[in-house]
Design a protein around this ligand. Structure first.
Ligand code: ZN
Ligand code: FE
Length: 294
């Protein structure tokens, strides 16, 4: 029975590891909700300096992992919770996202879904734009969305009400342009912005506080941004992740998703030449963030 992308999200009654939170997305089939309800749960594993490795599992303990930059935190969580790893999904080739794949494959003979890029030699199934990753256990169907910009072959995965965005879209920010153009990144972010507002955004880094400081210099009068940043500071003070976050929240707070908003247009006008088009506005915003030090 296919999952729908309509999901309600609630804190699970599970016991998270220190510094971790468990979230639950309950998906329903509209025709027979009582018979087809399926639940998937998200667990962000802190790794390296500021990465999150996302584990998704179902009620039967069947799990997938996204962007395992290290194997040890994943193995620890699988053993602790008694989960079985069934697949690895990769968004892009950077080592902080793939560094743990070889170690995991040594213990778990699972498929590795990744974009077709020679820099990801561990890939066993190549994914491409608008393709799908359909898994039986956990029962999930992810649409693949090509999101070039941070790297040229970067993809995002969307399904079960969840978006794994890698280093393309961060809470209150976006990824650096290492290989792509501003126009490419803007197109990528535009596509992600069209997903349902209740989509739970899972980013690969905990950058939210630093991103929020920059965002407030762009939109000092944005009350939704101020409220979100206060909430994020409270979470981080309590060693909790700032993620996942709803796409609706990001549309109200993230300047890189708000380049058509008058306040952001005004900011570009004050800081640069009057921008001729939205790609120029995005480029000037991204360039300013590159040199911003809170
Ligand atoms: Zn990266
Ligand atoms: Fe990264």
């Amino acid at each position: 029975m296919p999952l729908t992308d309509r999901a309600r999200i609630a804190t699970s009654a599970g016991s998270p590891l220190p510094g971790e939170a468990i979230w639950q997305a309950v998906s329903r089939d509209g025709t027979h909700p009582m018979q087809t309800e399926r639940a998937v749960h998200l667990l962000p594993l802190p790794a390296l300096a500021d990465n999150y490795i996302w584990l998704l599992h179902d009620d039967n303990g069947q799990a997938i992992v996204v962007d395992p930059g290290q194997s040890a935190p994943v193995e620890h969580a699988l053993i602790k919770h008694g989960w079985q790893l069934r697949a690895i999904l990769l968004t892009h080739h950077h080592d902080d996202h793939i560094g743990g794949v070889a170690g995991l494959l040594a213990n778990h003979p699972v498929p590795v879904y990744a974009p077709d890029d020679a820099r990801i030699p561990s890939a066993s199934v190549h994914v491409a734009d608008r393709g799908h990753v359909r898994l039986a256990a956990p029962q999930v169907d992810f649409e693949v969305i090509a999101v070039p910009g941070h790297t040229r072959s970067h993809v995002a995965y969307y399904g079960a009400g969840v978006l794994f965005a890698g280093d393309t879209l961060f809470s209150l920010g976006c990824g650096r342009l290492f290989e792509g153009t501003p126009a490419q990144m803007l197109t990528s972010l535009d596509r992600l912005a069209t997903l349902p507002g209740d989509t739970q955004l899972c980013c690969a880094h905990e950058y939210t506080v630093a991103n929020g400081r920059f965002a407030q210099t762009v939109e000092p009068g944005n009350t939704a941004l101020a409220a979100r940043l206060a909430e994020v500071r409270r979470l981080r003070d309590n060693h909790q992740p700032s993620l996942p976050v709803s796409l609706a929240s990001e549309l109200a707070t993230n300047p890189f998703l708000r380049i058509d908003v008058p306040a952001v247009i005004d900011w570009c006008r004050r800081h640069h030449q009057p921008p001729a088009d939205r790609t120029a506005r995005f480029a000037c915003l991204r360039a300013a963030k590159d040199v911003f030090h809170a």
